[in-house]
Design a protein around this ligand. Structure first.
Ligand code: PA5
Length: 442
């Protein structure tokens, strides 16, 4: 069976075999603690078995809800932030035609609630005012400020446009089973709802309705995505070779040797949001107690013409993981040109991907020569099945890495600091004391 693979053979110039192999028992132990529920943060381990726990009824409900929304609308706005946003966006962008924006020709999926840009909302509402649109609002807590503001604005616009009853048919809420403002509102208004399981945190929730419904609305096959995750789970938990353990071991060994930043790079612009999803997964899971690898991202060859200089010759604290897609979907050959003014006739008849692959190989050699340990994640092709495999691989490796680091990989206490300050500055009821304290600092 073809599958996502991992190759860390190129780190051997930077680290001794012994320094790597000594970590394997620790990594296997960490995985066991995730499987048997004894890891730190063990009330958030639902993602470990999520791919095999998803029922066919739930998938059918997701597909039916997506079909209903597609029939009623031309555009669906997916409202959410962080883990309630990035997984869906990653898959939709990876699978969409680059020039149909999102989704396919007859359905656009666009995003809101992931920023508080006033101009963004002005332009969004302007764009939506003459469109048949629907809303998929996602928030596990049901109280996050950014999506709540977006939902307030777009719900009002939709109700004014089509009336409260029809708006109610075009709004789907994905939230907690019983808690939070979004749950209360959805129940009051009779919206169709899906539940985010209690034991699955936001950044591990792409294989719940949080990711699956928007992906289905955009017209992509959620069953293939889940199947891919099931396959990777089986390969890692039951197979001979566990690439999640390998990846966790390799990056942990490099981190302990002083490589504090991991750059996830790709040679396919469709992977940009997969990198964004990965950055959240690793950054929010590991960056605690003044520890953790800083996750950064780069899109090559684009960023080779900007960040490439730093990667090649800057401070030697970088390790690099490249996601390499083996086969492109389409074939484009470089034509011959009689005048050959650009001197590119040596490439005539070659596929664009052949040039891209040589850029990839040349970059790997240059970065390794320049002092950047390089690892590779190989995807046979960019489709829902392999993205499902990739997601599970990264999630499991993230859980293992976090346990090896000694932190709780499943909480995110640090994200409250900005929220508390923002509420104090905005004089939210209940923040009177904090308001006085923060104003004294200004
Ligand atoms: O991973 C996480 O838990 C966070 O990124 C959340 O997903 C994010 O803050 C959004 O939270 P909520 O879904 O409660 O609105």
């Amino acid at each position: 069976m073809e599958s996502v693979k991992f190759d860390y053979s190129k780190i051997c110039r930077f680290i001794g075999k012994e320094e790597v192999s000594v970590l394997y028992p620790q990594a296997r132990q960490a995985q066991k603690s995730l499987e048997n529920g004894t890891a730190k943060g063990n009330d958030f381990l639902g993602w470990v078995n999520l791919p095999v726990d998803i029922t066919s009824d739930l998938l059918a409900d997701i597909e039916k809800t997506a079909a209903d929304l597609r029939a009623r609308t031309q555009v669906v706005v997916v409202i959410g932030i962080g883990g309630s946003y990035l997984g869906a966006r990653a898959v939709i962008e990876a699978l969409s035609d680059s020039f149909h924006n999102y989704g396919n020709a007859d359905m656009k999926v666009i995003f809101a609630g992931h920023n508080i840009g006033e101009d963004y909302y002005h332009e969004l509402m302007n764009y939506l005012k003459d469109k048949e649109f629907g809303i998929c609002v996602i928030s596990k807590s049901g109280t996050t400020t950014e999506p709540a503001i977006a939902f307030r604005l777009l719900k009002e616009l939709l109700e004014k446009k089509v009336g409260r009853e029809e708006a109610g048919r075009r709004i789907v809420a994905i939230t907690d089973a019983s808690k939070g403002a979004l749950r209360t509102l959805a129940d009051q208004e009779g919206y169709k709802t899906f539940v985010i399981p209690d034991n699955v945190g936001g950044r591990f929730s792409v294989l719940t309705p949080v990711g699956l419904l928007p992906i289905a609305i955009a017209g992509f096959d959620v069953r293939d995505l889940v199947k891919g995750a099931v396959e990777m789970r089986q390969m890692c938990l039951e197979g001979e070779q566990n690439i999640a353990v390998e990846y966790a071991v390799a990056r942990t060994a490099l981190y302990r040797k002083g490589y504090a930043v991991e750059l996830l790079a790709n040679f396919n612009p469709k992977l940009h949001y997969i990198t964004e999803w990965w950055k959240q997964l690793y950054g929010e899971s590991e960056g605690k107690e003044h520890k953790g690898i800083f996750p950064a991202g780069a899109d090559f060859t684009t960023d080779l013409h900007s960040m490439g200089q730093y990667i090649q010759e800057g401070v030697r604290m970088l390790m690099e993981t490249v996601i390499s897609v083996e086969k492109p979907e389409y074939k484009v050959e470089i034509p011959s040109d009689q005048a050959n003014l650009d001197k590119l006739n040596f490439l005539a008849g070659k596929r664009v991907d052949e040039v891209n692959k040589m850029a990839e190989l040349g970059t790997q050699i240059a970065h390794v020569d320049g002092g950047v340990p390089n690892m590779k994640v190989l995807m046979p092709a960019l489709n829902a099945l392999y993205i499902g495999q990739l997601f599970y691989f990264f999630e499991l490796a993230c859980g293992i890495s976090g346990c090896m680091l000694g932190v709780n990989p499943f909480d995110q206490p640090g994200v409250e600091a900005y929220k508390n300050n923002m509420f104090a500055l905005l004089e939210k009821p209940g923040y009177e004391e904090a308001s006085k304290a923060i104003k004294a600092k200004l």
